[in-house]
Design a protein around this ligand. Structure first.
Ligand code: PRX
Length: 664
């Protein structure tokens, strides 16, 4: 029986513990807590020696490194600095001449169910050919290339091809608007855009190239010399002569041989934009050596990847999860992976389960939001319940992107994993490059809703505002006390912001994750309690409240002021609620509804549909203190529909609370 969706809420104290089965432990790479503790002890005893060993054993270096960690210019840490390697070589060429070369690298399932498979050898040929096409279009080592592509083999090929020639890619999620795309192209100073004419999602053909045209038309993108267009569908699109070329034309006549260009370990493999609490999205810059090491190693540790596994990470390549656990980690590990173009609810909400059965998937990695929406769907329609498929191939399941509530965890564990498969609840961030706190499938006793313990070598801790450790059982600020190889190197073009955002002085030089956390009194297990800054997590997607506020006030003919907060949501984790003061009398009824819709669509255009507020409230003013500060805490209570119990005596204008409580 499925859990009714009404039960999908968090319980505060969680006592259930699920030990890994003896067979799982026996077969695992890190077999049992003793093995985990031994690795942690090794890292503690000889931190640099530990990382040097991992880097030598797990990566192929064209020039070996002699220096492990360079901490001479904190917090701009450098890892394996004098070593040279190529990420694409480490994902593809290294498998040639081994049994992996003829193994399926990618099982691609399109939105309509059509399946295409490529072997490692074939993938290498595609990547090399596209790398040559990029070079022929003038792209060279050190250039930046924006990739605005659907989930396709070609999307992965584009990323790998950039890595192959030493160009730094910056993937922009295909759901972002023209304006968001333009800002990223401009900030990163890209010379080329790789896109598709359209993308297919849920049976619909959605434009990509038209959005690129619009973005480039907004100005500030003069650095762009070439736009390569993958023809995902047959529908023709506008092509600008001299600038645009189809992928097939770009590939025509190009050799399928292209030597991988060695780069320094610190060479920026990619820049990926993510939201912060202030200002515009930050371009998180990752390295080549440290980043690749960690994606490779966590495939072994967290997913216990074996040669016969069929790995499936459902994340889009537009997010960090799709970088680390689609484009790089699985390939570096020589795994077979599924790449899925579509959405979990098309043609029905049984799609994931059907695909797991069809492709005999063994490791499945998805987000709590997807699980919650599929619970809801199977509550109302038995036909899409996982019990209708044989999911016996699964052996490990993962969760990522947001806290998973214990009820959703239990449903996933029972109904998808058949109470056999450990769930690795992986806590990490765009900035961390790979997993930080996660259970190990063959070692860690599982507690629903807890990401359990840090990986070996990862020095996570919970501290107070002055950087001192808090005792287990008390909540605090999640930090990482020591650097790690796959950490963010800087914010592209803004090193000062990097220092300020992640290494505030009062925290003793620790890395500030931006999340609150608590460790359990008994096991010292970590549980993430959510962001402590003005960042929202909507369906596992990070959104800055200020970004949405700026988008709203950019509608300057209508909006005078706006404040955005999050509210807990059963399905999406958090939902966006916007409080808006208009430059016109307070609207009511249908007018208010129409204006709320207009603003929602406006935000969709400014940022992308994922940033559309679920709820927009109008008021003649916002609750402010006499000094003019917006009282966000009050807004959060109003958004939740809570009675205001806080002291409102310092409010300039208490009457407006009632106005703002009204929904449209
Ligand atoms: O708040 C945490 C939440 O997602 C944030 C990072 O978002 P992003 O950079 O987009 O990366 C998401 C994919 C790695 C974190 O600061 N988060 C991520 N994973 C978890 C999580 N919260 C709780 N449990 C998790 N497993």
């Amino acid at each position: 029986m499925s859990t009714p969706s009404s039960a999908i809420e968090s319980t505060l104290v969680e006592n259930r513990v699920f030990e890994p089965s003896e067979a799982t432990v026996k077969a695992a790479r890190i077999a049992g807590m003793g093995a985990y503790e031994a690795l942690c002890a090794e890292a503690d005893k000889d931190f640099e020696g530990f990382w040097a060993r991992q880097a030598r054993e797990n990566l192929v270096w064209s020039k070996p490194f002699t220096q492990v960690l360079d901490a001479s210019n904190k917090p701009f840490y450098k890892w394996f600095q004098d070593g040279e390697l190529n990420a694409s070589y480490n994902c593809l060429d290294r498998h040639i001449g081994t049994p992996v070369e003829d193994k399926t690298a990618i099982i691609f399932e399109a939105d309509d169910g059509a399946v295409t498979k490529v072997t490692y050898k074939e993938l290498l040929a595609k990547v090399a050919q596209f790398a040559n096409a990029l070079k022929a279009r003038g792209v060279k080592k050190g250039d930046r290339v924006v990739i605005y592509m659907p989930m396709t083999i070609e999307g992965v090929v584009a990323m790998q091809a950039c890595a192959r020639i030493g160009a730094t890619h910056s993937v922009v999620f295909g759901g972002f608007s023209a304006k968001a795309l333009q800002e990223r192209i401009q900030d990163v100073g890209a010379v080329a855009v790789v896109t598709a004419n359209y993308q297919m999602r849920g049976g619909k053909e959605l434009p990509l190239k038209a959005i690129v045209d619009e973005a480039l038309g907004l100005g500030g993108c003069e650095s762009i010399q070439t736009v390569i267009v993958y023809e995902r569908t047959k529908t023709a699109v506008n092509m600008v002569a001299g600038r645009d070329i189809t992928m097939s034309d770009a590939l025509a006549g190009q050799s399928t041989d292209c030597a991988a260009e060695p780069v320094g370990a610190e060479h920026p493999l990619f820049v990926l934009y993510t939201s912060g609490s202030t200002g515009k999205p930050k371009g998180v810059q990752h390295s080549t050596g440290g980043y690749l090491l960690w994606t490779r190693l966590t495939m072994d540790w967290t997913f216990d990847i074996k040669p016969e596994d069929v790995f499936w990470c459902t994340a889009d390549i537009g997010w960090i999860t799709g970088h680390s656990y689609v484009a790089y980690g699985p390939l570096a590990a020589g795994a077979t992976q599924i790449v899925f173009e579509g959405v979990p609810t098309y043609p029905n909400a049984g799609r994931f389960w059907q695909m797991i059965e069809k492709h005999q998937c063994t490791i499945f990695y998805t987000a709590p939001t997807a699980i919650r929406s599929l619970i809801k769907a199977s509550d109302s329609d038995e036909k899409v319940h996982p019990k209708n498929w044989n999911l016996g191939s699964l052996r490990i399941m993962g969760s990522v992107g947001e806290p998973i509530n214990p009820e959703a965890w239990m449903w996933y564990y029972k109904n998808v994993g058949g109470e056999r498969c450990p769930i690795v609840d992986t806590f990490w961030q765009t900035e961390t490059g790979g997993h930080m706190i996660t259970p190990l499938p063959g070692a860690t006793p599982l507690v629903p809703g807890s990401c359990t313990l840090p990986l070996p070598g990862i020095a996570t801790a919970i501290v107070d505002e002055t950087g001192n450790d808090v005792p287990n059982g008390s909540g605090g600020i999640l930090v990482v006390k020591k650097p790690w190889p796959s950490m963010i190197r800087t914010i592209w073009g803004d090193p000062e912001r990097f220092k300020k955002s992640y290494f505030p002085e009062e925290l003793k030089g620790y890395y500030l994750a931006g999340d609150g956390a608590v460790r359990s009194a008994d096991r010292g297990y970590f549980r993430i309690t959510g962001r402590i800054d003005d960042v929202l997590n909507v369906s596992g997607h990070r959104m800055g409240t200020m970004e949405i506020e700026s988008a709203l006030v950019a509608k300057s003919d209508l909006v005078a002021e706006a404040a955005v907060v999050g509210r807990p949501d059963d399905l999406t984790g958090e939902a966006i609620v916007a409080f808006v003061v208009l430059k016109r009398p307070l609207p009511t009824g249908d007018e208010a509804k129409a204006l709320a819709n207009e603003l929602r669509n406006w935000v969709g255009k400014e940022i992308g549909p994922i940033a559309k507020p679920k709820d927009i409230r109008f008021g003649e003013n916002l609750p402010k203190t006499r000094s003019g500060k917006i009282m966000r805490r009050l807004l959060r209570s109003i958004a939740k529909g809570e009675a205001i119990t806080q002291d409102t005596s310092t409010l300039e204008n208490p009457a407006i609370l009632e106005q703002l409580a009204k929904t449209n």
